[in-house]
Design a protein around this ligand. Structure first.
Ligand SMILES: [Zn+2]
Length: 400
């Protein structure tokens, strides 16, 4: 069944184009009558009836009762057979992998979070990543042949159209997406993490119908996803949103991109970690010191200290929040967005981060503009990227 539909779509026959259109319509709208589908596709009712019958036989479409009308006919409602196709999404971070799978309707079947993984720039590491994905798929109770697409999300510069990742796993001539597709034997695409998180929030998270949204991904680095008029904005080569590597500070700190004074050297989890350790080394105190030596402290410890109201940790998060708010202020003046979402690992600090961000935005933004933009925390939190990746996986075949 999978081969049939995918092959048909790839060949681009007229029938396949119509089937793809119907599936896409049913993914992003609710169940529908033949009359509504015919209207949407600008086709005759007998033509649509014929295609629907064929798709029903192929197992892609089911009947979902009848439309309630005032007297007269009660036309049949058609919808997707949710279990006729699945989409896998993968989120690769520097020290772990998260993998998930959704059905046609976007319902999450399984999520596996925090699989230990050390990201290295080697072919062996890609092999290891593929082993984890295969192991995840092998542990599912569904027919593997029904997995229609996989999307892998990475940080840094990713060109989703050409399938190249430039910051990690870049081995010259061949695009990473092609290497993954060959190895996994399922068509695989790649995308950038901040954009993916925004896509997740748009479909299943905090975005409720607004169309101009910025997603600030403050994790170990600092990135941004951009949605304009309801569409993800990628830029010419997919590299848009690299706000962390704009020049911001005369601090002589060399960023991992090789340049000095990038914004993310002061506004990120890596900056929080560095500052926290520096303050302890300078003799300041924290509740963590009663539990651990300075050398053993991890970023997780700092977030756990924030939740236990550790003054040093909270003060540093507030400072970073103020700086972040200052930079978001410029973005609001530039984009005039409906909404700015604060996500990524530092959003674990919740209101300790959000409040200083909001007050700095009020201070540094044209007041008429800042009133326009709602500033909120990510709803999907640490699952934003993997859920976004599953949904992007579906959209690579069936884009709204
Ligand atoms: Zn940089």
């Amino acid at each position: 069944m999978k081969e049939r539909l995918l092959e048909e779509i790839q060949k681009g026959s007229k029938g396949a184009v119509m089937k793809k259109h119907i599936i896409t319509y049913l993914i992003y709208n609710e169940n529908s009558t033949i009359t509504d589908l015919a209207k949407d596709m600008d086709l005759s009712i007998p033509t649509v009836t014929k295609i629907i019958d064929e798709m029903h036989e192929q197992g892609y479409i089911d009947e979902y009762g009848k439309l309630e009308t005032n007297g007269g006919r009660h036309p049949i409602l058609y919808g997707l057979n949710t279990d006729s196709g699945y989409f896998v999404g993968v989120d690769v971070t520097w020290n772990s992998i998260n993998i998930g799978i959704i059905n046609f309707k976007g319902e999450v079947l399984k999520l596996q979070m925090g699989i230990p993984f050390e990201r290295r720039d080697t072919l062996e590491c890609i092999d290891e990543l593929c082993n984890h994905i295969e192991h995840f798929i092998a542990g599912l109770t569904i027919d593997e042949k029904k997995i229609l697409h996989i999307n892998v999300t990475l940080c840094g510069r990713v060109n989703p159209e050409l399938g190249y990742s430039h910051s990690f796993f870049n081995f010259g001539e061949r695009p990473l997406a092609e290497i993954l597709t060959e190895r996994l034997k399922i068509e695989t695409s790649i995308d950038n993490d901040s954009r993916t998180m925004l896509y997740g929030e748009n479909i299943k998270g905090v975005v409720k119908g607004v169309k101009n949204v910025l997603f600030i991904n403050i994790g170990w680095g600092l990135g941004m996803g951009i949605m304009i008029d309801g569409k993800l904005y990628k830029g010419k080569s997919g590299f848009s949103g690299e706000i962390g590597h704009t020049y911001g500070y005369d601090n002589q700190i060399i960023c991992h991109c090789g340049k000095k004074g990038c914004v993310e050297t002061e506004v990120s989890c890596s900056a929080l970690y560095r500052k926290f350790i520096e303050h302890l080394q300078a003799g300041e105190t924290s509740i963590i010191l009663s539990e651990k030596d300075i050398e053993e402290i991890t970023l997780d410890d700092i977030f756990s200290a924030i939740n236990r109201e550790d003054l040093l940790a909270i003060e540093l998060v507030e400072q970073i929040g103020q700086q972040l708010g200052f930079h978001i202020g410029s973005l609001i003046n530039t984009f005039n967005p409906d909404m700015v979402i604060i996500g990524g690992e530092m959003s674990r600090a919740g209101d300790f981060l959000l409040q200083p961000v909001i007050s700095a935005i009020r201070k540094y933004t044209l007041s008429l503009m800042s009133r326009d933009s709602e500033i909120v925390l990510s709803k999907l939190k640490d699952q934003a990227c993997v859920i976004g990746s599953c949904l992007l996986s579906r959209s690579k075949l069936f884009e709204a």
